[in-house]
Design a protein around this ligand. Structure first.
Ligand code: NAD
Length: 361
């Protein structure tokens, strides 16, 4: 656990104040806590079913607060998680969280179009910020979120849970070390059948559309399996349910080219069940199925199976990000990582609008 003693040692080792990350100062100026306090903003599916239960398992942080627009949820969560009245906020009085020392981290788990507003408000309140993927609907939003956090000297972590999974890290290592020679071609699919018809995922103004939602998993798969950033994209959208997908795309396919010449063919859908990644290299291959589930990501390569145990992926993510805040070290998936993806997502939309034209990124 990070302590004042660690801070003094780090400071002494660092040698000069200029070498101390701003977030080290953030933790040093606060009373020592064994666990950082987290407030979840938006109590929908992901907060309710995954994040709140994971926060019961974490070592470096704990659920202490909520921000919700629904009074009945506030009451139920207060009872279930033994939350103090003073740690329960709504969207209107949220900014008062600045005066609440119980809450160190605000985790934004709202529809994507609301991420920017709540990340910026949390940063201005001086809180460390976690934000769900997709980071935001536009590059301009992402840049504003990164700037707000930098200006207020707080960290911004994006909820790319798979990056904390040792099975993802195993295939990233193949790319990094060219274990099977250079990665030449990645094929990746991320999708499920969404039976809902009027959810934010089908609503453009709220940040819906499969490309930002499941599409970032396929994109992450391609980026992590090559270890490179794409330089161009072509893309196509399809729908089999035009009555439901009136405003946004149901299925997207996109093709990426990377600086090394590696190629990726990515598929993502709200109508097709798929969760796989295959990388073909100069002298071998690796594959994962599933590659982006909450549990049980696994795969193989000519070296044998990839199947590392992981007790709870979200708890691992929350603990590692909280530790980075406590120690003032780098986050695994900071705001810039979300921005990388949204740059490509924007290019995908441009390509489709131009009839599938190749767009340089
Ligand atoms: P959800 O629809 O279940 O919950 C959204 C919450 O936002 C609800 O509590 C809703 O009341 C609230 N909300 C406030 N204003 C709203 C408005 N104007 N319209 C709609 N809802 C409003 O969504 P979710 O599945 O929990 O997704 C929330 C975020 O978490 C999204 O960014 C999503 O991509 C992300 N997510 C991530 C993962 C993951 O594996 N990392 C999984 C699921 C969802």
């Amino acid at each position: 656990m990070f302590s004042r003693r660690d801070f003094l040692i780090n400071t002494a080792l660092g040698g000069a104040a200029s070498l101390i990350a701003p977030n080290t100062l953030w933790s040093a100026t606060r009373p020592k806590k064994d666990k950082l306090g987290v407030a979840l903003v938006g109590l929908g599916y992901y907060s309710t079913d995954l994040l709140a239960p994971a926060l019961q398992l974490t070592k470096n942080c704990q659920l202490v607060g909520i921000v919700t627009g629904t009074p009945s949820k506030a009451e139920a969560w207060k009872k279930k998680y033994n939350l103090a009245d003073k740690n329960i906020y709504n969207y209107q009085n949220f900014d008062q969280i600045a005066n609440n020392p119980d809450i160190d981290i605000v985790y934004v788990v709202l529809p994507p179009s609301m991420h920017r507003e709540f990340v910026v408000r949390a940063a201005k309140a001086g809180k460390q910020v976690f934000c769900e993927k997709p980071m935001a609907p536009s590059v301009a939003d992402c840049q504003a979120m990164i700037k707000a956090c930098a200006d207020n000297k707080v960290k911004l972590a994006i909820g790319y849970r798979c990056q904390h999974d040792p099975n993802t890290q195993a295939f990233q290592k193949f790319a990094k070390e060219s274990t099977f020679g250079k990665v030449r071609m990645v094929t990746c699919g991320a999708g499920y059948f969404d039976a809902r018809t009027t959810h934010w995922k089908q609503n453009k103004a709220l940040g819906g559309g499969v490309m930002g939602d499941m599409g970032v998993y396929a994109l992450q798969g391609a980026r992590l399996a090559t270890g490179e950033e794409p330089i161009s994209v072509t893309a196509q959208f399809h729908t089999t349910r035009p009555d439901i997908y009136k405003e946004v795309e149901e299925t997207a396919t996109f093709q990426l080219e990377f600086p090394s010449g590696a190629l990726a063919a990515c598929h993502t859908s709200f109508g097709i069940n798929m969760n796989y990644l295959q990388a073909n290299c100069e002298k071998g291959w690796f594959k994962m199925e599933p590659f982006s589930s909450y549990t049980g990501n696994k795969g193989s390569s000519p070296q044998g199976p990839i199947n590392f145990p992981l007790e709870n992926q979200q708890a691992r993510q929350l603990d590692e990000d909280a530790e980075a805040i406590m120690k003032g070290t780098a986050l695994l998936a900071p705001g810039e990582e979300g921005l990388h993806d949204i740059r490509v997502v924007e290019a995908v939309y441009k390509s489709v609008a131009a009839g599938g034209k190749l767009i340089k990124i």
